[in-house]
Design a protein around this ligand. Structure first.
Ligand code: PGA
Length: 290
């Protein structure tokens, strides 16, 4: 039987450990595990009217499965977002808020409209703000006023970018306006009828430093096309050409990946982290009875 003391022991060991890597069989397993982890962190925090849990959130195809699972937990009465605040990582500049490809639309369609979050607590950068620099500064201030981010969730690109912090971004960067590189614009053209001219060329994005300030960071990586990025993220040195590698210096980062994403990792890396799965799995169990 798993006792509360065992759980506390694992949680406390978390604060002195380095990074965690959780390897699961498939995308669906990653989605479920990540959602259980988020649920468990919110339940443990025990949010209330004077104590909001603050989440950093990504868009993209990777987190979609996790959002679906979180919605299921909510519908089953197992998770409440009434006292949760969210801050999204990024938004395009110049795209109408209700454009089908805006990150506002993505978040409301895929997550927020299905849960009980108060709209004023779901913060997304305004890419149509008259003064985008001011908008970015105010976003940083709102995060600070909320007491900082408890858990920042991110995905990464095959080039190791996190949010719109593309290769070469400063690893201490803050929320700012970024000009998108040509590769990103081309990759995104598929969402804009294949027409490069319709793809926004700028975005507002949190910086690597903004995510580093979170008390905990969770990164989801799935698919063989991300396997080299995962290798660069965890097996080599910190390098601004692979911005996700910055999280090697974060005291509490958890990478969650599927088997395919491990293709470029050393066998001994995979073996080491697989050997810790019995410990990691305890972190997503239902809360112990007190
Ligand atoms: P994806 O995007 O989840 O759609 O792969 C992640 C990213 O580019 O940050």
């Amino acid at each position: 039987m798993f006792l509360f003391d065992d759980y506390e022991c694992i949680r406390q060991s978390w604060s002195v450990r380095q990074m965690r890597l959780v390897i699961l069989d498939s995308y669906d397993d990653v989605s479920l595990w990540a959602a259980k982890y988020v649920r468990r962190r919110i339940l443990d925090f025990n949010p209330g009217p004077d104590r909001y849990f603050t989440l950093g959130l990504p868009t993209g195809s990777t987190p979609l499965g996790m959002y679906k699972k979180l919605i299921e937990f909510h519908n089953a009465g197992k998770l409440c977002f009434k006292y949760v605040k969210t801050f999204n990582m990024d938004e395009y500049v110049g795209l109408q808020r209700n454009h089908p490809e805006s990150y506002h639309t993505f978040m409301w369609q895929n997550f927020f409209k299905h849960i009980d979050i108060q709209p004023e607590n779901a913060h997304i950068l305004d890419g149509n703000a008259p003064d985008t620099v001011k908008e970015c500064d105010e976003f940083e201030n709102k995060i600070k006023e909320s007491g900082g981010i408890e858990l920042f969730i991110g995905g990464i690109g095959p080039d190791g970018h996190i949010a719109f912090n593309e290769p070469g971004s400063s690893l201490v960067s803050r929320t700012r306006v970024k000009t998108l590189n040509q590769d990103t614009i081309q990759a995104n053209a598929r969402f804009f009828d294949g027409e490069i001219s319709k793809v926004p060329t700028e975005a507002l994005t949190v910086g690597v430093g903004t995510v580093m300030d979170a008390r905990e960071v969770m990164i989801l990586i799935t698919g063989a096309h991300k396997s080299f990025a995962l290798h660069k993220a965890i097996e080599e040195g910190i390098n601004h050409m692979w911005t996700v590698s910055a999280f090697q210096q974060h005291p509490k980062t958890i990478f969650i990946c599927d088997e395919d994403a491990t293709l470029e990792l050393r066998v001994k890396t995979v073996k080491y982290f697989n050997g810790l799965m019995h410990v990691h799995n305890k972190l997503v169990e239902d809360p112990p009875e007190k």
